[in-house]
Design a protein around this ligand. Structure first.
Ligand SMILES: [Zn+2]
Ligand SMILES: [Zn+2]
Length: 392
């Protein structure tokens, strides 16, 4: 089959590789019909995630048609399914608590060392995201093996197009959980740093949850325009002082809740850094947590901070004093995708949530390297790329 494979920093290629096969009884194999490039794929592209190997297939946002099933899969051949990027077994201590992204069984023991040293506990398995998270082949390919296929995949009802449901794999539930973690109450003002796909879905979710005013902060005009089209007020941080503007827009009180949908910049996540951090020698550089620091300083006293943005190591100058003295709550985490699938699918079907507005480019899989390059270098215009395996 053809698949997008990683060969080094800024070197991804579409190669011919062996087809995936059923390995475990609970597996299924999908023929991928749509797959997307995610902001977090750019960390892989930038070569800053450790334990990637040449030839690894990337992609954790995908959907497709079931073409093979193991004897214990509950899927049926021919069904269309969307697959959560977090791999959950459905039966461990964490999955039982609906904390699927903390699953203890989906990351093979041999791959758990790095994350256990870094975080005190091993991470769960993720699709297409290095060997530290299980080494699973991703879905930017013609076919993909889906482990625990009786737990995660969502069967797509007839009548829904791929693009309406594809983002149930990651960014839609991630934006939704970000808003949920912000503890939004009716009438709240919510400020969102970052108008990438997760930030945009967090804005949409916050408004659905009853926020009165959502303020979006970014510097790409097109992304700010998308935020405005959802009903947000916007701040361009290149031309406006964010802290002052937020105070003005909230009558001197500050936002009730803030969402950091930026996360660390990719640069600081080099393997040396990570290993050093594991040894508790050094922190990640000082400028990378800018959005989070600004958000914590801006949020009102007694407010809430939600962090869907990805952080990998330690953060310098973390304003713990501001958090304590202002009485701030903070919530974060990889998304428990499976927990939200049913509710979000229902909202899509009901027309409450539109997922298609942020797609800027649709490309055949063969053009994926061009998609990566532009998604990284032309962020203003390239807001979301959907790849179509099998298309010419
Ligand atoms: Zn993603
Ligand atoms: Zn589990």
């Amino acid at each position: 089959m053809r698949a997008l494979t990683w060969h080094g920093t800024h070197d991804v290629r579409v190669d011919t590789v062996p087809d995936p096969e059923i390995i475990n009884p609970r597996d299924a194999v999908l023929q991928v019909t749509s797959t997307a490039i995610c902001g977090s794929d750019l960390h892989l592209y930038d070569g800053v995630i450790p334990t990637l190997q040449k030839g690894d297939i990337l992609g954790h946002e995908f959907m497709g048609k079931v073409v093979e099933t193991g004897p214990k899969s509950t899927l049926k051949k021919g069904q269309r399914v969307v697959v959560p990027f977090t791999i959950g077994c459905g039966a461990c201590y964490f999955c039982e608590k609906q904390q699927f992204s903390a699953c203890d069984n989906s990351n093979p023991v041999a791959n758990q060392d790095i994350s256990e040293k870094l975080y005190g506990h091993a991470m769960s398995g993720l699709f297409g995201y290095s060997h530290m998270t299980g080494g699973y082949a991703g879905g930017q390919a013609e076919y993909v093996r889906v482990p625990f296929s009786d737990v995660g995949p969502v069967v797509v009802p007839d009548g829904l197009e791929d693009e309406q449901v594809l983002f149930l794999s990651d960014i839609l539930p991630t934006g939704w959980m970000a808003a949920e973690n912000a503890g939004i109450e009716e009438g709240d003002t919510v400020a969102v740093w970052g108008c990438g796909p997760v930030g945009l879905f967090a804005i949409q979710s916050a408004l659905l949850m009853g926020a009165d005013q959502v303020i979006a902060i970014d510097h790409y005009p097109r992304r700010l325009e998308l935020a405005r089209s959802l009903g947000a007020k916007i701040i361009n941080f290149e031309t406006t002082k964010v802290g002052e503007a937020l105070m003005e827009m909230t009558g001197g009180i500050g936002p009730d809740a803030v969402i950091d949908a930026v996360g660390m910049e990719a640069h600081g996540f080099a393997i040396d850094n990570l290993l050093e951090i594991a040894k508790q020698k050094v922190g990640i550089g000082a400028d990378r947590g800018h959005a989070l620091r600004e958000a914590i300083m801006a949020v009102r006293k007694g407010g809430r901070v939600s962090v869907p943005g990805v952080y990998g190591g330690f953060l310098d100058k973390f304003p713990l004093g501001a958090m304590m003295e202002k009485g701030i709550e903070i919530r974060t985490g990889q998304t428990h995708v499976q927990r939200y699938s049913e509710d979000l699918l229902r909202r899509i079907e009901a027309g409450e949530i539109d997922t298609t507005f942020l797609i800027s480019h649709r490309l055949p899989l063969e053009m994926a390297p061009e998609g990566y390059r532009n998604f990284r270098d032309n962020q203003n215009e390239w807001t979301k790329v959907v790849l179509k395996p099998g298309a010419a």
